[in-house]
Ligand binder design. Structure first.
Ligand code: HEM
Length: 271
């Protein structure tokens, strides 16, 4: 990910002057990369297991908690207020209910996520404190994504995991949004109403590219976690065999993933 300011120039092609158009053009290439990560490619083929889905939900929970806490804290900031739609968009409660469904009442103690998720959440908290005008880049990346390709992913997850009704799928459901397309239009017009200096606009566009890259890194880290777990599962030591293959309860999955991550030295943060 580009982190040096001098290297930060996003390609706007002929994208007009609206922020919504510029941000779409600026993130077009990283959107393709996000869509084609191994985790997302498998997801699109309906190849998602319960374990993959659970660890994805854990990471999303960490990310949305940070995003929504920072949005709430900055809700009256002039660059946040126009795109502040907690009732329509907030995902934290939906994720809590999905995690409880999959991990049980003690779900909070079972949350695990890789280092990339921790870095993403840290960045959200940093800009919430220091540059709230950049929050629009992250809110756009996640919420408009959830209302676009995310809707298809919800249906694929339901089928692949054999879920009944909406149990475990609240994340994909937006009861406060009647028409995703109309809501996205409203959201874009609100984005376009935000007043930004040229420098701030350029920083927002770069932050959106970074936001996609944070997501890509999370997907890649999750994929690595899961691959290592599977490899360990193929050649387990006696102690890890017990941890990896009992009745597939979440605590045991957690321990299995920890074994994999410690082996790889990626680092695991839990709270
Ligand atoms: C399996 C992976 C994905 C698929 C199939 C997918 C598909 C799509 C499609 C078809 C649209 C266009 C919808 C429309 O024009 O109304 C879209 C828009 C969008 N997607 Fe994705 N997407 C995927 C992953 C992601 C990821 C991982 C992110 C970011 C974390 C993301 C963020 C967005 C955003 C922000 C938009 C709105 C673009 C705009 O109109 O400005 N997508 N996606």
């Amino acid at each position: 990910m580009a982190t040096v300011k001098s290297a930060r120039k996003v390609d706007l092609q002929d994208s007009g002057s609206d922020l919504s158009e510029q941000i779409k053009a600026a993130t077009q290439e990283t959107h393709v990369r996000a869509e084609t990560t191994q985790l997302m490619s498998n997801f699109q083929k309906g190849q998602i297991t319960r374990t993959q889905y659970k660890v994805l939900l854990c990471s999303l929970y960490e990310i949305y908690t940070a995003l929504e806490e920072e949005m709430d804290r900055n809700s009256s900031h002039p660059a946040v207020a126009p795109i502040y739609f907690p009732q329509e968009l907030d995902r934290t409660e939906a994720l809590e209910s999905d995690l409880e469904f999959f991990l049980g009442p003690q779900w909070r103690s079972k949350i695990i996520f890789p280092a990339a998720t921790h870095r993403y959440a840290q960045r959200l908290r940093e800009i919430g404190k220091e540059k709230p005008e950049l929050l629009v880049a992250h809110a756009y990346t996640r919420y408009l994504g959830d209302l676009s390709g995310g809707q298809v992913l919800g249906k694929l997850a339901q089928k692949a995991l054999g879920l009944e009704g909406t149990d475990g799928l609240s994340f994909f459901s937006f009861p406060g949004v009647n028409s995703a397309n109309r809501f996205k239009q409203l959201y874009r017009s609100r984005m376009n109403s935000i007043e930004l200096t040229e420098e701030q606009r350029s920083d927002v566009l770069q932050e959106a590219v970074d936001a996609f890259n944070f997501n890509i890194q999370v997907f890649d880290d999750l994929q690595k976690m899961l691959s290592v777990t599977l490899e360990s599962a193929e050649k387990p030591k006696e102690s890890s065999r017990r941890a990896l293959f009992p009745s597939a309860s979440s605590v045991q999955i957690t321990v299995g993933l920890c074994v994999g991550l410690v082996t790889m030295g990626i680092g695991l943060y839990s709270f």
